[in-house]
Design a protein around this ligand. Structure first.
Ligand code: NAI
Length: 351
């Protein structure tokens, strides 16, 4: 079986190869992995090896309808394996139309992402990143490092699926009050917090943390008007997808001093920058560069998932899906099947 892995980093190679070797030790069933360090996009389609059984892509690979049509027609591709949870970068309708199966890794240590979101809250709030630099230079002054006690503060969780729920539990552990917004309510969340409208969540939360997927309906869910509804002095954390936040509007809000701080692990134009070393190059993204000039903005390079446990689970699920497809022509984590089954239930609350 031939699997072409795009956007592959040394750690992807290490974990995927190890699992593939363990699951198909030798013989004709062995999985042959080819790793490409660049993303699969309409511009790189031609490099998909002929006779590849599947391609494996990550968050910043880009497969619109035209790319899927070409892969199906010209390469005979039958399977796209996303080694991530989010799938906003692959046109599922086009895949269904061309008979291409698409599977993701719906859950790989949601706690890893939630723990990182909590770390960003703590860093923003107590400025440990600044303290680290100060002390290394012999500056032990505290002025400028004043934080707020989290206990009794209100945390607004937008999206209460696996990661949002894990984040709510962590923040509950700090003694915070949990407000949540999700069109589909989660019974476990109700034991530790209260569902409300997005508007009330924005206006009452001291900390807003985003955990909903990127879809047409959630693109720029944080925009100029939603930012205007937030509490003065609130913190905003986004570890979900960059497109949830209108970055220019966010910069506008930071300029007025309305928000106390923002931490982004994801950025709407991250595709051309994240996961690569640009430290000796000129970065042409003026919006991102402006954002990073704010003393109260923290940007990390989409690393919330990045733990040993998560990489193991990602590799295991990806290779298992490949083997399932080879055996049965379908995958347990088929996004095509999920899309056909439709939504879980009627939304119970509107934004
Ligand atoms: P999930 O599918 O378990 O939960 C998503 C929740 O969002 C669902 O409960 C859904 O009902 C809710 N939702 C849908 N539309 C909404 C709306 N308009 N407003 C509020 N909530 C809405 O997904 P999971 O595993 O919790 O992941 C959440 C997101 O985290 C993923 O979509 C992905 O984009 C991101 N992610 C980021 C990672 C990182 O390294 N930074 C790693 C893994 C996931």
């Amino acid at each position: 079986m031939k699997l072409a892995v795009f956007s592959s980093k040394p750690y992807d190679k290490r974990y995927l190869n190890a699992v593939a070797d363990a699951k198909t030790p030798s013989g004709s069933d062995a999985i042959e992995l080819t790793h490409f360090d660049f993303p699969l996009t309409p511009e790189t389609l031609a490099l998909v090896p002929d006779h590849a059984d599947a391609v494996c892509v990550f968050v910043n690979d880009h497969l619109p309808a035209s790319a899927i049509a070409t892969l199906a027609r010209e390469k005979g591709l039958k399977l796209i394996l996303l080694r991530c949870a989010g799938f906003n970068n692959v046109d599922l309708a086009a895949a269904a139309e061309h008979g291409v199966e698409v599977a993701n890794v719906p859950s790989y240590s949601p706690e890893a992402v939630a723990e990182f979101a909590a770390a960003l809250v703590q860093t923003l709030n107590r400025m440990t990143h600044k303290a680290y630099n100060r002390v290394r230079e012999g500056n032990f002054a505290l002025d400028g490092l004043l934080g707020r006690t989290l206990h009794n503060k209100t945390v607004g969780v937008v999206g209460t699926g696996k990661i949002g729920l894990a984040m709510a539990k962590i923040m509950k552990g700090f003694g915070c009050r949990i407000l949540a917004y999700d069109p589909f309510e989660n019974d476990e969340l109700k034991q530790i917090g209260d569902y409300t409208s997005l508007g009330r969540l924005l206006s009452e939360s001291d900390i807003i943390t985003l955990h909903c997927p990127l879809m047409d309906s959630t693109r720029h869910i944080i925009n100029a008007s939603s930012l205007a509804r937030t509490k003065r002095g609130a913190l905003l954390v986004n570890t979900s997808r960059g497109g949830l936040v209108d970055t220019k509007a966010l910069i506008g809000s930071l300029k007025t001093g309305h928000l106390r701080g923002v931490a982004l692990d994801v950025y709407e134009e991250e595709g051309s920058l994240f996961y690569d070393d640009h430290s000796s190059k000129i970065i042409h993204d003026d919006v991102l560069m402006r954002l990073m000039t704010f003393p109260n903005a923290i940007v990390t390079g989409h690393q919330a998932f990045f733990t040993e446990e998560a990489l193991t689970e990602i590799a295991d699920t990806t290779i298992t899906s490949l083997l399932q497809f080879k055996k049965d022509g379908k995958c347990d984590y088929s996004l095509i099947k999920k899309a056909k089954e439709g939504s879980k239930a009627e939304p119970v609350r509107k934004p």
